[in-house]
Unconditional design. Structure first.
Length: 181
């Protein structure tokens, strides 16, 4: 009986030592930031403008999935989205991320390729890895952000100008890119 009690105490001690506080990444720790884009009126550059029924999808592979912002516990799917700013992820494993932004996506267009005006935006950047801790692993910061837009040949670009407000994406406290349309 005494041996069983000792065994249980040793087992309980080992189990309590096995799980440490740093096994869980705290929500307060800043991890890899999303790219913040704000939309402005081309005729009134100081006025925010809301793109109507904006859809955003990645150009990777044949995917027709729309971008989802999972930051801060939100799951915002950018399909027929109507707000004056978006927060989208950049790739952590490559120095190039491309998105198709479709303005005026028709209801029911689940691919955002058959309706609206489409522009392809290419973001290029460098990546810096910062080790946070065992639970959170690495945070990627993006440096030297550059952007290019291609509207295709059928319809003129709906995006008329792009300005980089902050070339280093290290946090989500401010807009990094301004799009004028």
């Amino acid at each position: 009986m005494k041996n069983n009690l000792r065994f249980l105490l040793i087992l309980a001690l080992l189990v309590s030592l096995g799980c440490q506080r740093d096994d869980i990444c705290a929500e307060s720790v800043e991890t890899t930031p999303l790219l913040i884009i704000r939309f402005y009126d081309i005729e009134e550059p100081d006025e925010l403008k809301t793109p109507q029924n904006l859809s955003i999808r990645s150009t990777d592979s044949d995917s027709t999935d729309f971008v989802v912002n999972t930051g801060s516990g939100n799951n915002v799917r950018y399909y027929r989205y109507t707000q004056d700013s978006v927060a989208i992820p950049l790739k952590t494993s490559a120095d190039l991320t491309e998105y198709v932004l479709t303005l005026n996506t028709e209801e029911g267009d689940t691919t955002a390729t058959n309706s609206g005006q489409r522009d392809t935006i290419r973001f290029t950047y460098g990546r810096q890895e910062d080790y946070l801790n065992r639970a959170c692993a690495y945070k990627i910061s993006y440096v030297g952000l550059k952007v290019d837009v291609d509207g295709g040949t059928e319809i003129p670009n709906w995006i008329q100008d792009i300005q980089i407000e902050e070339p280093n994406v290290e946090d989500q406290n401010q807009a990094h890119v301004s799009i004028f349309f």
